[in-house]
Design a binder for this molecule. Structure first.
Ligand code: BES
Ligand code: MN
Ligand code: ZN
Length: 503
């Protein structure tokens, strides 16, 4: 779907369908749409169908014009009650409308800014959210299908139309393309199965992005990781026949070489069987998405590169499978990590923290980050605590956590803080090593973060985002179709873009 902008009088707007919004429990249409209808579709205002339309959230009423009408379809999209309005409602309604257009094989959708009259956000924000919702809501993954592929590539054009100039539009088109490109990549990678998205494939994608946007690319194999003392990463990787890859991509545009970088770390377990502490068979297939943290980092880099954001950003993605095998690490093993700390492995299924701890301490020692964010599908406990629409947010720096939460909220990415009190660490005491890789069953998400915290000095602002719940939509959520969400990309891109060098 391409973007286009048409500026001119109503009579100059042409397309196959036009979208307008309506409120529940309000008898009269908002002024903008009413004005358009008076002029362009007087037949519509007389229609009894209008009286029956409730305008509940994402409810859609489709009108067909008389033969020869300039715009044959008018789609009225419900926004629910005015008092319940939020950008999320707006995104959801817009995504559903554009998807309806796809079902109808509508090629050119008109999106009039006139439809936004009376909504309590700027036109720029609303057009951005509508475009994001439209593009993301149309997402589907059919790369591996050979039969029954839904072919409709409609709508082909999303036409923003206005009577006067919209100076923000060209830049907005570029921005939405870049961010959606990043989210699409993250979704594709998390959706693709583990026999397709291997650590090797992750490295190929990273190399592609690096070369497309002039970023530095490095990849460590298992031998190199051993040499660097990444004992946690090596322990997890040694049980897999699929070669592990520790991937580093650095975006460093000219002139910012001296900047302390923003460091992003993503968990890249391309398949998590649990290892010797093996998982039950039911739903194990879901564990193909255990690399979604790394995918979100790659997606972010894709967008950061396309937008050429003038800020130094480093992405680290430790990628490996977690398999049971003759060579696999075992419960009871004591592992020496890159930081030098020793860990007693109680569960090989707590593998995410084993690879992330090395990535975090390596990043700290090599890059001196301005701040560091890791994203990981780390704990099932996070899904229990927060469900699948809110990510867990933990870390050592209040202002950073607040910044992440506030950045995400209007973008439709929700984060909620959990505490990291020192006493949680007591559950991780080990008799043989510095600490264990799990606690007892309590506070699983916090224990995971508490583990990671051991590897980040207090002087480095750090946030850990547990995306175990948000990574996947079990049901259609509108702008997030059922499946991989690409969660994190949008917030991270904005975070990088808006960061001004201090927290
Ligand atoms: N990848 C899983 C966590 C997960 C579970 C993500 C469900 C998404 C959906 C992680 O590696 C894991 O197995 N965590 C264990 C930790 C436990 C052993 C302390 C868990 O949550 O059970
Ligand atoms: Mn696991
Ligand atoms: Zn895992």
């Amino acid at each position: 779907m391409e973007w286009r902008h048409v500026e001119g009088a109503f009579s100059q707007w042409t397309g196959d369908a036009i979208l307008f919004y309506a409120w529940q429990e309000e008898d009269t249409l908002p002024a903008g749409p009413a004005r358009w209808m008076d002029q362009e579709a007087p037949w519509l205002k007389e229609s009894p169908a209008l009286k029956d339309f409730r305008a509940k959230k994402a409810e859609i009423l489709l009108f067909y014009g008389p033969a020869g009408a300039r715009i044959p379809r008018v789609m009225l999209v419900g926004l629910g009650k005015r008092k319940d309005w939020s950008l999320e409602v707006f995104r959801h309604a817009t995504a559903m409308a554009v998807r309806r257009c796809r079902d109808l094989s509508v090629e050119r959708v008109l999106f009039p800014v006139t439809a936004l009259d009376g909504l309590s956000e700027t036109e720029e924000v609303l057009v951005r959210e509508a475009m994001m919702a439209a593009r993301l809501g149309l997402y589907r993954y059919d790369e591996l299908k050979t039969r029954d592929v839904e072919k409709s590539d409609c709508p082909k054009e999303f036409i923003v139309c206005s009577e006067g100039p919209l100076p923000f539009v060209p830049e907005l088109f570029r921005e939405v393309d870049a961010v959606c490109g990043g989210i699409r990549l993250a979704r594709d990678l998390a959706t693709a199965p583990a026999n397709v998205v291997t650590p090797t494939r992750m490295a190929q994608e990273a190399a592609r992005i690096a070369s497309a946007y002039g970023m530095a690319f490095e990849v460590f194999d298992l031998d190199k990781a051993k040499e660097l003392g990444m004992g946690g990463f090596v322990a997890v990787a040694q049980g897999s026949r699929e070669p592990a890859r520790f991937i580093i991509v650095e975006h460093c545009p000219q002139g910012v070489e001296d900047q302390a970088p923003v460091v992003l770390v993503g968990k890249g377990i391309t398949f998590d069987t649990g290892g010797i502490s093996i998982k039950p068979a039911a739903k194990m297939e879901d564990m193909k998405h255990d690399m979604a943290g790394a995918a979100a980092v790659l997606g972010t880099l894709e967008a950061v590169g396309r937008l050429n954001i003038p800020r130094r950003v480093v992405g680290l993605m430790p990628c490996t499978e977690n398999m049971p095998d003759g060579q696999a690490y075992k419960p009871g093993d004591v592992i020496k990590t890159h930081a030098g700390l020793t860990v007693e492995v109680i569960s090989t299924d707590a593998e995410g923290r084993m690879i992330l701890c090395d990535a975090l301490s390596y990043a700290v020692s090599r890059y001196r980050p301005a701040f560091m964010v890791d994203l990981a599908t780390l704990t099932g406990a996070c899904v229990i605590a927060l469900g699948d629409r809110v990510a867990g947010l933990l870390g050592n720096h209040e202002a950073l956590l607040t910044m992440i939460q506030n950045t995400g909220k209007p973008l439709g990415e929700l984060f909620w803080p959990l505490p990291l009190y020192d006493f949680y660490f007591e559950d991780m005491k080990s008799d043989v090593a510095d600490f264990k890789n799990v606690g007892d069953r309590k506070a699983g998400t916090i224990i995971g973060a508490m583990f990671l915290k051991q590897f980040v000095p207090d002087t480095v602002p750090w946030a850990h985002v547990d995306i175990a719940g948000t990574v996947w939509a079990d049901k259609d959520l509108g702008w997030i179709p059922k499946g991989a969400s690409g969660f994190g990309v949008r917030t991270l891109v904005h975070l990088v873009r808006e960061y001004r060098g201090s927290l």
